[in-house]
Design a protein around this ligand. Structure first.
Ligand code: AKG
Length: 258
């Protein structure tokens, strides 16, 4: 599929300077409407739960307990039609604009905040979840499938924070059974909120500090996140992310036994 929307030179420069970017449209309202049907089905059917791909990002994820922040890793593995969308084609072209011709979209994930109930996504850097032995050249494209507002949990970013190293993190509530991470010791006082229309998008670098509030609205907050990258390289200076070594999540147990 050919891209229908590209970034402007000013948008590309803004991303590189600030480590994030917000655009009004990465796809059409018609496509958003179709994606909502797929998205809701995947969460309702608990797609990927037995493989450890669907879990509670902010809770202990016991069987039968309502998740406070349901997440699916790789929803397009369970609904491949998500990759045949204009959003995916546009995201791929935009990653190439931002990271060069070797760049492109890779995986995806979905974070759902139920009405009046979806928990906040604490401040973190995405790279803190990953293998510390690599230097990455990666970003995320966050696409809301309804308007995203401060009330329902839009994204917030700390401009310029992509130039920092990875800060220490810990599991939410310092509970190693919880998958989600929270940053330690970072100054987020300069953060900016990025409300968006449905089918808009924010972009953020893998080190940009970011957060999304709880959903205080009566409507679901659905976000589909497409990852993009260009080849990284193995680090010459080793580092460790001890917060990941301490994890004891039910999701990892399900993944092991599947
Ligand atoms: O959608 C959210 O609540 C947070 C998303 C996020 O942290 C991310 O895309 O890296």
């Amino acid at each position: 599929m050919e891209p229908t929307i590209l970034l402007t030179d000013d948008q590309i420069a803004f991303y590189h300077e600030h480590g994030y970017l917000a655009i009004e449209a990465i796809t059409t309202q018609d496509e958003v409407d179709r994606l909502v049907g797929v998205y809701d089905r995947l969460f309702a059917e608990k797609a990927g739960r037995d493989k450890g791909d669907q879990f509670d990002l902010a809770g202990t994820d016991e069987e039968g307990k309502e998740a406070s922040l349901p997440q699916i890793l790789g929803p397009s593995n369970y609904a491949p039609e998500m990759r045949l969308t204009q959003a995916w084609a546009n995201a791929d072209a935009m990653v190439k604009q931002l990271l060069g011709p070797e760049g492109g979209v890779g995986g995806d994930h979905a974070i759902y905040k139920p009405p009046f109930h979806g928990a906040e996504t604490p401040w973190h850097q995405d790279e803190a979840y990953w293998d510390p032995m690599w230097d990455y050249n990666s970003l995320s494209i966050w696409i809301p499938l309804q308007p995203a507002t401060v009330e329902n949990g839009c994204m917030w970013f700390v401009p310029g924070s992509h130039r920092t190293e990875v800060f220490p993190h810990h599991s939410i509530n310092h509970d190693p059974r919880i998958h989600g991470l929270e940053i330690e010791g970072a100054d987020v006082s300069g953060a900016v909120a990025c409300p968006l229309p449905a089918g808009g998008a924010t972009f953020h670098h893998s080190r940009t500090l970011h957060y999304a509030g709880a959903n205080h609205s009566p409507m679901p907050r659905r976000a589909w996140i497409i990852g993009g990258g260009a080849p990284g390289k193995r680090r010459e200076t080793p580092r460790s992310f001890p917060w990941n070594e301490r994890k004891e999540t039910a999701r990892a147990e399900r993944a092991k036994s599947s």
